[in-house]
Design a protein around this ligand. Sequence first.
Ligand code: AMP
Ligand code: MG
Length: 273
Amino acid sequence: MTFDISEFRVSAGEAPKLNKRDTRATTGWDSNDKDGGKQRVLELNERLEQLQELLWAEGKNRVLVVLQAMDAGGKDGTVRHVFEGVNPTGVKVASFKKPTDEELAHDYLWRIHHHVPANGEIVVFNRSHYEDVLVVRVLDLAPKSRWSKRYEHIVNFEQMLADEGTTIVKIFLHISRAEQQERLQARLDEPDKNWKFDPGDLIMRERWDDFQQAFEDAIAKTSTNDAPWYVIPADRKWFRNIAISEILVQTLEGLNMEFPAPAQGLDEIVIPD
Ligand code: AMP
Ligand code: MG
């Protein structure tokens, strides 16, 4: 199946209308075919592995993947499944937690810029500078007069990265409130998931509607041609993995990369005994 990734892309200036989207959708895939879906992820994984090697070998492009979601939205699982088997040399994950005192003593992009990809690299942001218009807005960690200007900074910052050779893909894992409840409950019920349970997540959950509104605004205001947002139905993890793998594979294929030409005269070289 070829799958049209533009289905999930939010065009520049478009409102994502999160509350109208089905978080259980399996667009282009039979919702009962979970096994086939998992198989597809493995195939895409192999392709991604090849493309990542090419990206690294060619060393001309940089790829930044931004992952955002509500708590228990599947960011960690996405990193685990989508990049399974990809050579860790060329893929880095940067996780952005509560800022340290040193980070808070700077502007909010200071800690971010340092982690953007270099030539040949894929960097995945697990949370990102978007927290500065999400949690910061919802929990009032900065006055509105501060955070409301950040959308424009972010658009400009990302445009600069794109103009300088970075390909940017931003992904919102869209889960339902009911799915979040189930996943948080599983963290309480299953001993091997207990470590993931953070009581703070319940405080955030109380603010569900405010977070949805903050995501709605952030996506609407910052999806651009060079740094588009994709809203992925993410209640079904296997479908989420297919959709994101497809987006990455098709984005990398779109770079039309080539292995560097071999050095001259390789066929005359004899490796000594
Ligand atoms: P986790 O991803 O579950 O490890 O949680 C990280 C926590 O850090 C989340 O509660 C985020 O909301 C919080 N966080 C990340 N970035 C920021 C930020 N810029 N300001 C405040 N809190 C943040
Ligand atoms: Mg957490």
